[in-house]
Design a protein around this ligand. Structure first.
Ligand code: ADP
Ligand code: MG
Length: 196
């Protein structure tokens, strides 16, 4: 699938997301948090991989604050072209790292398989579970190593009809916005036999 198509979509969706005002972003993030906390699989998970939000992403620190004393919380850190996962005990276990994003101190590395639920950031999502990232493929590479539930968080303005997906792009199982919890279905298709 054309990477040109993806880059056009990235530019457009980044502009849309960046146009959200700070206060609006915070109140939408709060609703997304409530929707996430209501998700059955979130409630039953004992360990969660979060991401540390930066710039215009759905805010996750308030989610982390409320979860830290209830469940094991993990965050990713960039090492060259891969993400490694570390457990944190408090928000003071974070330092600015790759691109200024807060990253965990490297004391307690954990295997991705230890995360019962994985929260995934994105620039755009489609209802069938498609995801567009910043174009580095970090999460595509990471998510090949797990079969745990993947939950994309986004504002509803980031939902789009179709995201160009290739074989390496990893799909979400759920997408949570301020308005809804989307159960992503795998789009299956049936080949129509050619008439002789
Ligand atoms: P993003 O998912 O961040 O929007 P892309 O899907 O465009 O970015 O992927 C960015 C790059 O990462 C592509 O060159 C892609 O081939 C590479 N990539 C994605 N998944 C893998 C993988 N599992 N192994 C190796 N490279 C990968
Ligand atoms: Mg991708």
């Amino acid at each position: 699938m054309s990477s040109y198509e993806k880059s056009l979509l990235r530019k457009r969706l980044l502009e849309i997301r960046s146009s959200l005002k700070e206060a609006e972003k915070d109140s939408l993030s709060e609703k997304i948090k409530q929707n996430l906390f209501g998700l059955t699989e979130f409630k039953s998970a004992s360990s969660i991989l979060f991401y540390a939000s930066f710039t215009s992403e759905v805010e996750t620190f308030s989610m982390l604050k409320e979860t830290l004393d209830k469940k094991r919380c993990f965050l990713p850190k960039v090492f060259k072209d891969e993400l490694k996962i570390f457990e944190i005990q408090s928000l003071s276990d974070l330092n600015p790292g790759y691109c200024g994003i807060l990253e965990p101190v490297t004391k307690r590395e954990v295997g991705l398989e230890e995360a019962d639920l994985i929260i995934v950031p994105g620039l755009a999502f489609s209802r069938d579970g498609g995801r567009l990232g910043y174009g580095k493929g970090f999460y595509d590479r990471l998510l090949t190593k797990t079969s745990s539930m993947k939950v994309g968080l986004c504002f509803s303005c980031q939902l789009t009809d179709k995201i160009p997906m290739n074989q390496q792009d990893q799909k979400m199982d759920r997408i949570i916005t301020e308005d809804e919890i989307i159960y992503c279905t795998i789009q299956s298709y049936r080949e129509v036999p050619i008439d002789k």
